[in-house]
Design a protein around this ligand. Structure first.
Ligand code: BGP
Length: 459
């Protein structure tokens, strides 16, 4: 790797990311309806330590201060999500004006601070009322989503250009609809999982059309799946081919892959390997539906936290390697595999030829306020540095990577892990809501200000 020049292109977008349920709190204020997460948190033993997002970071009331922290960070972009039931309490029907007013004020505050808003329209907090009507299994569900997107875009698109339809469909479908460990806690059979997935893809497609229809400013539209990244075990061509094949593969009875989601969106068809692997479980669909799903989009957001190594197996297979003992791991137990930020974008760029933004990358660390008042988080600095240097390799190879959003701005409600995992650049004391910039925040500020030059590793 060339560590001499670590600067990123001038137009490269640096940002930080959050999602509504994880930070907002105010879960029943000003007319907000319940989401499946509000409901799931009430169930005994669903969330670590019995935590919930009822208050979370109280960002709903503190957004002005939090925006000013983003400004202090020097971050030119902020990715946040809109809570569907805050805007439409029952999921469909009447719009809750105070809900929209809130996002309107947030957008104004960001723009006043010269921070570009990047809005995610769905980051898992599905309206409970719609879940009670069948949720993602209901054939009406794609339309419900588009009908929610319309008023949001209508209200905000005179100022907002960047839209992300859906965050990590793989996660909310697998963890929430197959494994039952995330809201809404379902353990559907595989056929139903694929149906919920198909409706999610249709919702994305109808959402894209709704954005284009309502947008006042020319929209820039993408979506943000997880990228499950496989890395070649050696420099050899056979391992490289094996890693590419593994990254784009589909295994039977598992929703965890890349192509079942991205191929329909970018090619208008499910991958042949998936159709074979899933067999009878694949839902019936029409060519019209595939046309809806593949409504053209402008970018591919990738959420990448880790990866795994594979090597080739004769004659044309691959094998995933076990993680060597002692490999560094984050406190969510993910191995630190920084090459994922090179191989993930590379393989996705080769296949989809669509501009890529890293919409999430970051780590949970053991952070607390030291006796000296400072939050020392050297692992987060090292993790991010390693990953950004790998991303820089993509730039050298003309892979069209255009932005990086660090997950997350704030320590927040980490889904079923509650507040036990800290992902923020800013430490949050959940008793007092006091915020403290961690050392990684100051470090990231320098990276942004120098457009990556400060990443340079001196020999
Ligand atoms: C992503 C979610 C984020 C955040 C993050 C944490 O899957 O989009 O909302 O929770 O995960 O990372 P990890 O997957 O390492 O727990």
């Amino acid at each position: 790797m060339n560590n001499e020049d670590t600067t990123f292109p001038n137009q490269f977008v640096w940002g930080v990311a959050t999602s509504a349920y994880q930070i907002e709190g105010a879960c029943s204020e000003n007319g907000k309806g319940m989401s499946v997460w509000d409901d799931f948190c009430l169930k005994e033993n669903s969330i670590c330590n019995g935590d919930s997002g009822t208050v979370a970071c109280d960002h709903y009331h503190r957004f002005v201060d939090d925006v000013s922290a983003i400004r202090d960070l020097g971050s030119p972009a902020y990715r946040f999500s809109i809570s569907w039931p805050r805007v439409i309490p029952d999921g469909i029907g009447d719009v809750n004006q105070p809900g929209l007013d809130y996002y309107d004020a947030l957008v104004d505050e960001l723009l006043a601070g010269q921070i570009e808003p990047w809005i995610t329209l769905f980051h898992w907090d599905y309206p409970l009322a719609l879940f009670q009507r069948g949720g993602w299994l209901n054939p009406e569900s794609p339309r419900w989503f588009a009908d929610y997107v319309g008023p949001v875009v209508d209200r905000l698109s005179d100022r907002v250009q960047n839209w992300i339809t859906i965050n990590e469909p793989q996660c909310f479908l697998k963890f929430g609809h197959a494994d039952g460990i995330d809201a809404p806690g379902l353990t559907l059979d595989f056929q139903e999982q694929l149906l919920a997935c198909h409706h999610t893809l249709l919702a994305h497609g109808l959402g894209v059309s709704a954005i284009r229809e309502k947008a006042k400013k020319k929209p820039f539209i993408g979506w943000a799946p997880v990228a499950d990244v496989k890395i070649p075990a050696t420099d050899g061509n056979r391992d490289l081919a094996a890693a590419r094949q593994a990254t784009m593969s589909v295994c039977p009875e598992s929703l965890w892959n890349n192509t079942w989601y991205n191929d329909p969106v970018f090619f208008g068809k499910y991958p042949e390997e998936g159709i074979q692997a899933y067999g009878q479980s694949v839902p019936k669909y029409s060519s019209k539906e595939m046309e809806i799903i593949s409504a053209p989009i402008d970018f591919l957001g990738l959420n990448i936290y880790t990866g795994s190594h594979v090597s080739a197996v004769e004659p044309d297979g691959y094998r995933e390697l076990t993680v060597p003992p002692g490999t560094p791991r984050t406190t969510t137990d993910w191995p630190v595999v920084e090459e994922s930020l090179y191989w993930g974008p590379k393989f996705h760029w080769e296949r989809y030829k669509t501009p890529i933004y890293i919409t999430e990358n970051g780590m949970a660390n053991v952070d607390w306020i030291d006796m000296d008042g400072i939050v020392w988080d050297p692992q987060r600095i090292d993790y991010t540095k390693r990953h950004l240097l790998q991303l820089r390799r993509c730039i050298e190879e003309q892979i069209d990577v255009r932005g990086y959003f660090h997950w997350s701005l704030l320590d927040n409600f980490e889904w079923s892990k509650g507040f036990s995992k800290r992902f923020g650049l800013i430490y949050v004391d959940f008793q007092t809501q006091r915020r403290v910039m961690k050392q990684a925040a100051y470090w990231y500020k320098d990276v942004i200000a120098s457009n990556g030059r400060s990443l340079r590793v001196d020999p």
